[in-house]
Design a binder for this molecule. Structure first.
Ligand code: PMP
Length: 336
């Protein structure tokens, strides 16, 4: 029960960044990644917010619209000015790629930009690898600084490597990225509050300096992070057998989510719905933006006792073979 160092467990940080940047990442080998253990993904975003407010007080943060609602609060409380840019197109229930790129181009140079590394919350809509390449080129041209929030690594495709593709594309293009990682979902460690904030630097001296500065922010907020979650993640990621088992379990979890998406769509079609529901299977990760109106959400709640956020977002993880048919019938009823 001893204190952790201010930056948390060095073993944990080392395993966490290998998961994000790649096992053999030259950036890690050459000491170009400053990593600090955080209070899960929320804590990583907040530490980064405080860090940029302190050192880049004039730079704002661009956020996709919509985004995880807490992003707005986290950066507001850290005194970072946020600007919403286009991301999701309600008409297609897919990515507004043109709008996203236009808004990145129109934003001030040297802005910070928050990207969801995979399985965008709340929409379930991610850019393709080709689109990420184009986004990376725009970010480079505008000298913008990307923060990848990765709360769902493994949840999109079932493969933790594939789910880190966005980050890897930016690294290949030479960006100095920051990454926020959470082990809440992919290791089921919600209450342990275990995550990691990492920042790519120019050289090992800068790594020491950046880690030192972020540590100082942590020192004033909570001094030292908790130990148990870090021990659990380190135990799994440092044992080849346990790591393989974990990969298998993550894949199983993602496959179940994907099969529930197909089942919900086919049950809606079988119930007689003539509406297009392809977005249910096109979107990925834990969430689905159904596209139903707040009034239809209210009917689901009051008439069918099915509960979801008023923006129409459902958690696919809450669907199973025992309730999917009832959900599909209720959805059909309220959207007729
Ligand atoms: N980022 C996103 C996009 C999320 O959806 C979440 C969890 N809902 C988080 C960060 C942080 O979660 P946690 O602090 O539990 O790791």
């Amino acid at each position: 029960m001893e204190y952790s160092p201010m930056a948390g467990s060095a073993d944990f940080n080392s395993h966490a960044i290998k998961l994000a940047y790649g096992e053999d990442s030259p950036l890690i080998k050459d000491g170009h990644v400053a990593a600090v253990q955080t209070l899960s993904g929320t804590g990583a975003c907040r530490l980064f917010g405080d860090f940029i407010h302190q050192y880049y007080p004039d730079s704002g943060m661009l956020l996709p619209t919509p985004t995880w609602s807490n992003h707005l609060g986290i950066f507001k409380d850290a005194n970072v000015k946020t600007t919403n840019i286009r991301y999701y197109d309600p008409k297609t229930k897919g990515l507004d790629f043109k709008g996203f790129v236009e808004d990145l181009k129109a934003a001030p140079k040297k802005s910070f930009v928050l990207f969801h590394a995979c399985a965008h919350n709340p929409t379930g809509v991610d850019p393709t690898p080709e689109q990420w390449k184009e986004i990376s080129a725009v970010v480079k041209e505008k000298q913008q600084y990307p923060l990848f929030d990765m709360a769902y690594q493994g949840f999109a495709s079932g493969d933790t490597e594939r789910d880190a593709a966005s980050i890897r594309i930016f690294l290949e293009d030479g960006h100095q990225v920051a990454v926020s990682q959470s082990f809440a979902k992919n290791m089921g460690l919600y209450g342990q509050r275990i995550g990691c904030l990492s920042v790519v630097t120019e050289n090992p001296q800068e790594t020491t300096a950046v880690r030192g500065q972020i540590q100082l922010v942590a020192r004033k907020q909570y001094s030292n992070p908790p130990i148990h979650g870090a021990l659990l993640v380190t135990r799994v990621l440092s044992s080849p057998d346990l790591k393989q088992l974990w990969y298998k379990e993550v894949q199983g979890m993602a496959d179940r989510i994907i099969s529930m998406r197909h089942s919900l769509r086919s049950n809606l079609e079988a119930a007689g719905s003539k509406l297009p529901w392809n977005h249910i299977t096109d979107q990925i990760g834990m969430f689905c933006f159904t596209g139903i109106t707040p009034e239809q959400v209210d009917r689901l709640t009051h008439e069918h006792h099915i509960y979801l956020t008023r923006n129409g977002r459902i958690s696919i993880a809450g669907i199973n073979t025992g309730n999917v048919e009832r959900l599909a019938h209720a959805l059909h009823e309220v959207t007729k």
